[in-house]
Design a protein around this ligand. Structure first.
Ligand code: ZN
Length: 224
C-alpha cells in the first residue's frame, strides 16, 4: 500500500472514530438533560474538513453515518445538511488553529445565566471553583442576536481568538477544546459552574482571589 493510501485509510479511521465519539457525547448530553429537544450541536475537525451534527437532529439519537462532513469552503461532502448554527463553530475554527472540537448547547443552567441582567460582559461567571478557572477560563457574554443572524457569527469571531468559551445572551454557551473530549469536559464544567452560581446567588460567596488564581496559572497553566 502506498503512502497516500495509508494516509487515506488513517484519515477515514480517525473520521469514523470521531463520528462515533460525537454520537456517544450526544447521547450522554441527552441523558444528563443538557440537550433538550433538537437543541445543541457538536463538531470535530478533520485533516480534510470537519464533522458537524445535522440540522433538526436530537443529540440523543445521532446516526454516526448521517453526521454532516463539510469542507472548509462550506460544501457538504457527506451526510445530512448541517445545523443552521454551523457558523458558530466555524467562527471558532477560523480563530483558533488548535481547536479540535467545538460544542454548543442550550443547557438549562448556563442558558439561565445567559438571561440574567447585570452580568460582567468580560467574565460572566465568577471564579468560584479552580476547575472552572482551569477548564473554561473567563467567559465573555456575546450580546443578544436573533437566531441565524450573521452578525452573531461576527461577534463570536471577535472573541474566539482570545477565549475558548463564550456565552450567547438569552441563548447558551459555545466551547472549543483542543480535542472533542476536552470541549466536552469544559462545557460540562461550565454547566456545573452555572448551576453553582445560581444556587449561590443569595449567599455570601468566597470566590477565588488573585493569589489563588495565580497559583493555578503557575501549577496548571490556567489562563484567567
Ligand atoms: Zn443555539
Amino acid at each position: 500500500m502506498g503512502d497516500a493510501a495509508v494516509t487515506m485509510l488513517n484519515t477515514s479511521t480517525e473520521e469514523n472514530r470521531l463520528r462515533e465519539e460525537i454520537a456517544e457525547i450526544g447521547r450522554s448530553f441527552r441523558q444528563l438533560g443538557m440537550a433538550p429537544g433538537t437543541s445543541g450541536n457538536i463538531s470535530a475537525k478533520l485533516d480534510n474538513g470537519w464533522l458537524m451534527t445535522p440540522t433538526n437532529a436530537s443529540l440523543g439519537a445521532l446516526d454516526p453515518a448521517e453526521i454532516s462532513k463539510l469542507d472548509w469552503d462550506g460544501n457538504l461532502i457527506t451526510g445530512k445538511p448541517p445545523t443552521k448554527e454551523s457558523f458558530l463553530h466555524r467562527a471558532f475554527y477560523d480563530q483558533r488553529a488548535d481547536a479540535g472540537g467545538i460544542i454548543h448547547l442550550h443547557a438549562t443552567h448556563s442558558s439561565a445565566v445567559s438571561c440574567l441582567n447585570g452580568l460582567d460582559p468580560h467574565s460572566c461567571l465568577p471564579p468560584i471553583t479552580p476547575y472552572f478557572v482551569m477548564r473554561v477560563g473567563r467567559l465573555p457574554l456575546i450580546p443578544y442576536y436573533r437566531p441565524g443572524d450573521p452578525a452573531l457569527g461576527e461577534a463570536v469571531r471577535e472573541y474566539a481568538a482570545n477565549y475558548s468559551a463564550v456565552l450567547l445572551a438569552n441563548h447558551g454557551p459555545v466551547v472549543a477544546g483542543k480535542t472533542l473530549e476536552a470541549a466536552r469536559n469544559a462545557i460540562e464544567e461550565l454547566e456545573e459552574t452555572a448551576k453553582l452560581f445560581l444556587l449561590l446567588r443569595q449567599h455570601d460567596v468566597r470566590t477565588l482571589n488573585e493569589d489563588d488564581i495565580e497559583a493555578l496559572r503557575q501549577a496548571f497553566g490556567a489562563s484567567w
